[in-house]
Design a protein around this ligand. Sequence first.
Ligand code: ATP
Length: 335
Amino acid sequence: MARTITLIPGDGIGPEVTEATLRVLQAAGAELEWDRHIAGIEAFEKTGQPLPDELLDSIRMHAVALKGPVTTPVGKGFRSVNVQIRKALELFANLRPVESVPGVPARFENVDLVVVRENTEGLYSGIEHEVVPGVVESLKIITEKASTRVAKFAFDYARKNGRKRITAVHKANIMKLADGLFLDCCRNVAADYPEIEFDDRIVDNMAMQLVMRPDKFDMLLLENLYGDILSDLCAGLVGGLGIVPGANIGESIAVFEAVHGSAPDIAGQNLANPTALIRSAVLMLEHIGLGEEAERVRAALQTRLAEPESRTRDVGGQASTTEFTDAVVRTIERG
Ligand code: ATP
C-alpha cells in the first residue's frame, strides 16, 4: 500500500524543486501518496496563519513530511515557519550529511561529514524584548534535557552508520554556563559509547579548521546557532546549498528538507538546482524503508551530476531545473 507523506512545496524556488523531486520519486517507483499543504506567506494571506493547524495535524498523522523552503520575512512579520515546525513537533535534531559529489566543482574533493545541530533552543528560542529604547535582550536557553537528547541522537546515528568520531563544537570558554552545560552533556553521553571517539573544538577555531582541512573531521555536534552557521559553511565546501540534503528528526516524526532557503533571486526562472531536495527525499525513502528506490535515485543523481552538460548553473553547468530533472528521470528509466 502506498505510504502517505505530508508535502509542503513552500515558496520561492520551493514549488519548482518540489515538482522536480516528485517526478524523480515517481520514476524511481516509490509508491507514495502526497497530502499537500501550504505554509508561510501564502497560508498567512489565505488563512491568517503562516503555519495552519491542518498542516501540523497532517504531519502528526503521517509522521513524515517532505518540505520545500518557506520564506521568513526579515526583521518583522511572522516568526520563521521552519523554526515553528521544528518546535511544535519537537524535531530536536537537524541532520545534514555533507559529502563531496564526484565531478561537482568544489573547494575539496574528499569531504565526508555529518553535521548534527540542536534544533529547538539556544538563541533560536525567540525570547527577545526591548529593555529600554535602543537596548534589546535576546536570551540563549540551553537545557540539560535538550542537549542530552541531541547528543544521544548523534551517538546513536554514529553507531548505526559506522561513524568513528564526534566533535562537539562550543564557545564554553566565554559562555561558561550555557555552552559549558552543552559540552558537559555531550561528554556524559559520549561515556556510554566507548567505541566512538569524542573530542571538542571552540567554534571559531572549528570554522578555521573546516575551511583548511575538512577531511580531518567525521561528525560534528553543535548547539543551534553554531550549527546553523557551520552547516552552511560545510555546504560551501562541497559545492553549495543547491546540493546538500537535510532532515529534522524527533522521537517519532521526521521532516525532510533541503538546506537552502527560498532563493528569491532565482525563483520562477527554472534555474534552481533540485538536487538538495531530491537528496533530502532520498534520506526520506531510506527512513521509511524504501531502500531500493533510494538507491535508484542516488545512482542517477551521481551519474548526472558528474556530467557538466546535465548540471544546473550553481554547480558549473548550463541546464535548467527541468532539463536536469529530465536527465535524472531518463537515467532512472533506463535503469
Ligand atoms: P534563508 O534565510 O531562507 O536561508 P537566504 O537568502 O539566506 O535564505 P538562500 O535562499 O538559500 O539563502 O539563497 C542563498 C543563495 O544561494 C542565493 O543566491 C540563491 O540563489 C542560491 N541558492 C539557494 N538554493 C539554491 C538552489 N537550490 N539552486 C541554485 N541556487 C540556490
